[in-house]
Design a protein around this ligand. Structure first.
Ligand SMILES: [Zn+2]
Length: 406
């Protein structure tokens, strides 16, 4: 079934492939000409300027990608292999990647309404103020979570300047990923709310994007201790899959980022030359990628699915920068939940009043550009995954595709 679904998806994309290639080719040429007209050497400099990056530049980002290659890729490779063993497969195909456990993926104990009400309970346990804020968003119709006909896809949190309130938009679909999505968007909204409590300068509500993503990704981890409320006996499976997702996301984001640098530094390359480069970069960062046995993927077209490539060039690595910071908060929360919460609150309360690196410094979070941070985090992740793998295997008699609730 998942093989058929995966093949159908790429069959559809194959029909659109040439059209997307042409549009993207035009986009590169337009962006390059704007950058040259403005006196830049290439669009890379303009892309960075558009993101208002302060305190670091291309060489730091390149070093960061190298650290991902050195520390995150090997552990991701091991983790994928453990998944393959759990599933009892000789090789993972592209359509197997999202199936993490032979007993099925973790499943929430109810529908979207159930998840939202449990999520509010969780927030109340973490902080009464956070729970009240979430409730006020629902009561005031400032949260739109269910898909409906004609509704745009995607999920985001934004700030309504006239009303001075955050607003959350999403399309929940009843799977485990809803909780990641809801906690992520709530993290953004919570930071906007907090900063708004003492804000006199509207321009300072939000920092630059890599810092904003720490607010959201950290919240995904801060709800961890309470997830039995939603997943019951599947909570450990959820945490395991979530941590795996965090790992896998970083090499992929590094690949997209390196590909974008290559594209904009070589704007006259042909469409096929670009795709050949993607295949090389993809293999470099994701040697463990499921068997690419679909022609669309083997032609080097996977990146076409990444909307950031089209809409916001060079933004994508920001999630990986934030992920490394959020993983520190995750790591600290393992030993001292309230201290991790305090550091998180400090960061949120600073809003956009400082640059990315200054915000980290003032919140006691290490810069993601430090190699030592990578060694500490990868060690902690590896240990956590190993321990939990044993726990899940020992508890497998408890695991069901639907958690048991009374
Ligand atoms: Zn986000």
């Amino acid at each position: 079934m998942r093989k058929q679904a995966g093949e159908k998806k790429y069959e559809l994309l194959s029909h659109l492939e040439n059209k997307i290639d042409r549009i993207f080719d035009e986009l590169i040429k337009v962006r390059n000409s704007i950058a040259i007209k403005l006196g830049h050497d290439s669009f890379v400099e303009l892309g960075y300027a558009r993101l208002s990056r302060v305190g670091y530049g291309q060489s730091k980002v390149e070093e960061f990608r190298e650290l991902i290659l050195k520390y995150i890729v090997p552990i991701s490779e091991k983790t994928r292999d453990k998944q393959r063993i759990r599933l009892g497969l000789d090789k993972l195909a592209f359509y197997d990647e999202d199936i993490r456990f032979s007993t099925g993926n973790p499943s929430p104990g109810g529908d979207v309404k159930f998840m939202v009400s449990k999520f509010e309970e969780i927030l109340n346990e973490i902080s009464l103020e956070a729970g009240e804020f979430f409730n006020s968003l629902s009561v005031n119709h400032l949260i739109d979570l269910l898909p409906k006909e004609g509704k745009a896809r995607g999920a985001y949190a934004t700030y309504l300047c006239n009303e001075k309130t955050p607003y959350i938009f999403a399309n929940m679909n009843g799977t485990r990923k809803d909780i990641k999505l809801l906690s992520h968007e709530f993290g953004h909204a919570w930071q906007m709310y907090l900063y708004n409590q003492h804000n006199n300068i509207p321009e300072y509500i939000l920092p630059t994007k890599e810092a904003c993503e720490i607010h959201s990704i950290s919240m995904e981890f801060l709800v961890w201790p309470y997830l039995e409320k939603i997943f019951g006996v599947d909570a450990d499976k959820y945490r395991h899959a979530h941590l795996e997702d965090a790992l896998y996301s970083m090499p992929y984001r590094a690949a997209i980022d390196e590909f974008q640098h290559f594209i904009y530094k070589n704007p006259s390359l042909s469409i096929s030359e670009r795709k050949e480069q993607w295949i090389e970069i993809e293999y470099k960062y994701m040697p463990y990628k499921g068997e690419y046995n679909h022609a669309y993927l083997m032609r080097g077209s996977y990146w076409q699915q990444q909307t950031h490539m089209f809409t916001t060039p060079f933004y994508y690595i920001d999630y990986a920068l934030a992920q490394m910071c959020a993983l520190q908060i995750w790591s600290n929360a393992q030993t001292n939940e309230s201290m991790a919460w305090e550091a998180y609150m400090k960061l949120c309360n600073l809003g956009g009043s400082k640059s990315f690196l200054q915000l980290l410094d003032q919140s006691g979070i290490n810069s993601p550009f430090i190699e030592q941070g990578f060694t500490l985090i990868t060690d902690k992740i590896e240990k956590w995954l190993d321990l939990n793998e044993n726990k899940i295997n020992n508890d497998s008699h408890l695991t069901s595709s639907r958690p048991l609730f009374q």
